[in-house]
Design a protein around this ligand. Structure first.
Ligand code: GAR
Length: 227
């Protein structure tokens, strides 16, 4: 059993439950994104409206120079960094560079928002239960690419999205929040994706807020939300 330590590693204290969930002191978040960045925007908007508490998105990092996410960050005055994977000989070497960027900015939580790279253990082990991902499917169904298309092709009647902690397997770690949407007659990949995306924008800020408030306890595969 392990607790969501909130933001400050030094606040991690064993208690009867295993570890007490700490409270936010320096709530510094990095968002990693490769593309259009609508989930990033939802997080930025939630922060601006005050609904993320003390959370501050202080870094947006992308592996693609043209990512709209970088532009969205700059528009809000958030540091936007393009880190080119090309010169790095291995995925691990790239993740070391990402890790250095995160450490230099004292990041407490990493939120993947359409970051289209599989993280190596270099990053995952450095941020245990401190990396969130959003995936456009009701995991464990339809991990990987084109989740919405997979759902349509499989003929499911209910689809949705999942916020989970990142572990060393793809789209696999403990599930924090999920939201379901119906699959309607005549849905295309685009219409279903749009319906799911609206729910992504709702639950991702909610998940970051729960983390910031130290309300998350991870017990093996299970995530408990404490009052
Ligand atoms: C979102 O639908 C997100 O769930 C998905 O990429 C999209 C990014 O959109 N992520 C994955 O598929 C990760 N496995 P956005 O750039 O507009 O936030």
């Amino acid at each position: 059993m392990r607790g969501n330590p909130g933001w400050n590693m030094s606040e991690l204290r064993p208690d009867a439950l295993g570890y007490r969930a700490g409270r936010s002191t320096s709530a510094r978040v990095a968002v990693l994104a490769s593309g259009r960045g609508t989930n990033l925007q939802a997080l930025l908007d939630a922060e601006a409206s005050g609904s993320l508490g003390k959370t501050r998105i202080v870094l947006v990092l992308s592996d693609r120079p043209q990512a709209k996410a970088l532009e969205r960050a700059r528009q809000r005055g958030v540091e936007a960094v393009f880190l080119d994977p090309q010169p790095f000989p291995t995925r691990e070497a790239y993740d070391e560079a990402v890790l250095n960027a995160l450490r230099a900015r004292e990041i407490g939580l990493v939120a993947l928002a359409g970051f289209m790279r599989v993280l190596t253990p270099v990053l995952v082990r450095a941020f245990p239960d401190r990396i969130l991902n959003i995936h456009p499917a009701l995991l464990p169904s339809f991990p990987g690419l084109h989740a919405q298309r997979q759902a349509l092709e499989h003929g499911v009647k209910v689809a949705g999205c999942t916020v989970h902690f990142v572990d060393e397997q793809v789209d696999h770690g403990p599930i924090l929040l999920q939201a379901a949407v119906p699959v309607l007659e005549g849905d295309t990949e685009e219409t279903l994706s749009a319906r799911i995306l609206a729910e992504e924008h709702r639950i991702y800020p909610q998940a970051v807020r729960l983390f910031a408030e130290g309300k998350i306890v991870v017990e093996g595969r299970k995530v408990r939300i404490v009052p």
